[in-house]
Design a protein around this ligand. Structure first.
Ligand SMILES: Nc1ncnc2c1ncn2[C@@H]1O[C@H](COP(=O)(O)OP(=O)(O)O)[C@@H](O)[C@H]1O
Ligand SMILES: [Mg+2]
Length: 234
């Protein structure tokens, strides 16, 4: 579904990604892990069309999307949930969710998707009329993920959803991602919570200094000595 071929991305003259190649198959749940500053967010921004690669290719369902602007990438079925969340704080939960469905023209489908995300995140249903700016950090994070689902994406890019969350909320967010995956959504997840991430994903890539340092099934990664030393503290 998604393939990056020797992607190089720079901010002005500062090159961050070096020949990054990775792929995510239809229905797969793939993790991208690595230390702070490794280039994980830069990778997601490159896929989402917020940055264009200096060289290399980004393919989505066989089509080259590297040169497309973010709104076109989003219309093709890729939803990017950034760390910043970008919610409308003076609008309600429900209004924020419906804004996420801006590209959906079918009102019935829109309401069905709304029901589905309320099922995934019952707390959002309870707070549907609350202004998003008055919600807790965990609730806002769930709202951002739920909003990303409102466009019925085929591929979800999620950047560090557990950042700053209490463990029980991290658990809720991961449970929701697993349920999305069970419903056929393909997910590329960036995380620093390596232990929990390797528990729930199929495969993982490790990005270090802008290069893919390792890749493999998540189970095998958990047993790998470098991963255990550098990321799991074992
Ligand atoms: N807008 C920017 N301009 C210049 N450098 C940036 C910008 N955003 C990030 N960087 C740099 O790019 C590198 C990778 O950042 P990032 O992709 O955010 O890493 P990660 O998400 O893995 O922590 C870091 O060294 C960071 O300082
Ligand atoms: Mg980041």
């Amino acid at each position: 579904m998604l393939e990056l071929k020797t992607v190089n991305t720079s901010y002005d003259f500062l090159q961050i990604l070096w020949d990054v190649s990775l792929n995510v198959d239809d229905g797969e749940f793939v993790a991208l892990i690595g230390p702070n500053g490794a280039g994980k967010t830069t990778t997601l921004r490159t896929i989402a069309g917020l940055l264009s690669p200096k060289s290399g290719e980004v393919l989505f369902k066989g089509r080259s999307i590297g040169a497309l602007p973010a709104h076109e990438v989003s219309r093709m079925g890729i939803s990017y949930i950034s760390e910043e969340l970008n919610l409308f704080t003076d609008m309600s939960v429900r209004e924020n969710l419906l804004l996420g469905a801006y590209a959906v023209n079918d009102r019935k489908q829109e309401l069905e998707t709304l029901d589905f995300v309320y099922h995934l995140f019952p707390r959002l249903k309870e707070r549907e009329k609350q202004l998003s700016g008055t919600m807790s950090g965990g609730e806002r994070k769930m709202l951002a993920i739920a909003r990303g689902m409102m466009s019925n994406p085929e591929l979800l890019l999620v950047d560090e959803p557990s950042l700053g969350l209490a463990p029980h909320l991290t658990h809720d967010v991961f449970r929701a991602l697993l349920e999305l995956r069970q419903r056929g959504v393909t997910i590329l997840l960036v995380e620093q919570n390596v232990n929990a991430t390797l528990e729930i994903t199929d495969r993982a890539y490790i990005l270090e200094h802008g290069r893919i340092a390792m890749e493999g099934p998540s189970k095998e990664m958990k047993a790998n000595e470098h991963v255990r030393n550098a990321y799991l503290g074992i």
